[in-house]
Design a protein around this ligand. Structure first.
Ligand code: FES
Ligand SMILES: [Fe+2]
Length: 272
């Protein structure tokens, strides 16, 4: 599969009366490899950018880009196509008509990436250009803010050194319980994985903090439902079994957690 848009990698392939609204330049403090990963990742749109996207359903995708439906009745869609080694284009369509065309150029510079976004829409009156350009610039500032935070955290997780000990003394049980009661996270590392402590039905248990999908933060523990959620792509995991219970197509699972053992009033985390 590839883009449905004929000549997707060229400018204005439908020969519309295209108007440039604005240009947005931004230095992203994450390397180019993280940015391309993010561009091709349609799945984060309704979760990481939950205030900007109401409905996202995959139609098809691949190394060429992706196409998603923008509403449940499939009358609108967005198609993103890689146009060259350093650029991609996103177009939105409504009832078969192209509504926008947004070109992005990426220039890698070590640990950062220079991004330039150009916004186009067809048939925009002269007196609407500035306002629409501002709306698009504001929207993209927010999207890139959210993306940059995700990319930086993923980059840090990919390269950080984590404690390889098999067993850790986590300190006094009473201290840990009072921290949890205040809503503070209690985290620790064993065997190069990171865990947090949660209290479930009175028992202290260890739950991974790093999502097995793409290393997102698993800090939203719902102890009543017995699930932990990741804010990046919305995956949900059953705390007891470790199975991914949402979405259906996911094929990852929480890693095994250490046992938490009480000894002399202290909590010991031990990996079997
Ligand atoms: S990193 Fe994708 S759902 Fe957690
Ligand atoms: Fe994004």
């Amino acid at each position: 599969m590839s883009a449905i848009q004929h000549h997707a990698e060229t400018f204005n392939p439908n020969a519309l009366n295209m108007v440039q609204l604005a240009t947005y330049d931004r230095l992203i403090l994450a390397p180019l490899v993280r940015v391309w990963e993010n561009v091709l990742d349609w799945e984060h749109l309704p979760y990481l950018h939950d205030t900007s996207f109401n409905y996202v359903e995959l139609d098809t995708g691949g190394q060429w880009g992706w196409r998603t439906w923008s509403n449940a009745d499939h009358t609108g869609h967005v198609e993103l196509a890689v146009a060259s080694a350093d650029s991609y284009v996103a177009r939105s369509y409504q009832a078969g008509h192209q509504v926008s065309e947004i070109w992005t150029t990426l220039t890698g510079a070590g640990d950062s990436t220079q991004v330039q976004v150009r916004f186009f829409m067809p048939d925009i009156a002269e007196n609407k250009i500035e306002k629409l350009g501002q709306v698009m610039t504001n929207l993209y500032t927010q999207l890139w803010d959210e993306d940059e935070a995700m990319m930086q955290q993923r980059q840090k997780r990919l390269h950080e050194h984590r404690d390889n000990r098999r067993e850790r003394n986590l300190g006094k049980e009473a201290n840990i319980r009072s921290k949890l009661a205040c809503g503070d996270a209690v985290t620790f590392q064993v065997k190069r994985r990171e865990y947090q402590i949660a209290e479930i039905e009175g028992r202290l248990v260890a739950i991974p903090t790093i999502c097995p999908h793409l290393m997102g933060p698993l800090l939203a523990v719902d102890t009543h439902a017995g699930v932990v959620r990741c804010p990046w792509h919305g995956y949900q995991f059953d705390i007891k079994s470790g199975e991914c219970i949402f979405p259906e197509h996911a094929d990852c699972k929480l890693p095994a957690a250490p046992e938490l053992i009480l000894g002399n009033g202290n909590i010991i985390a031990r990996m079997s």
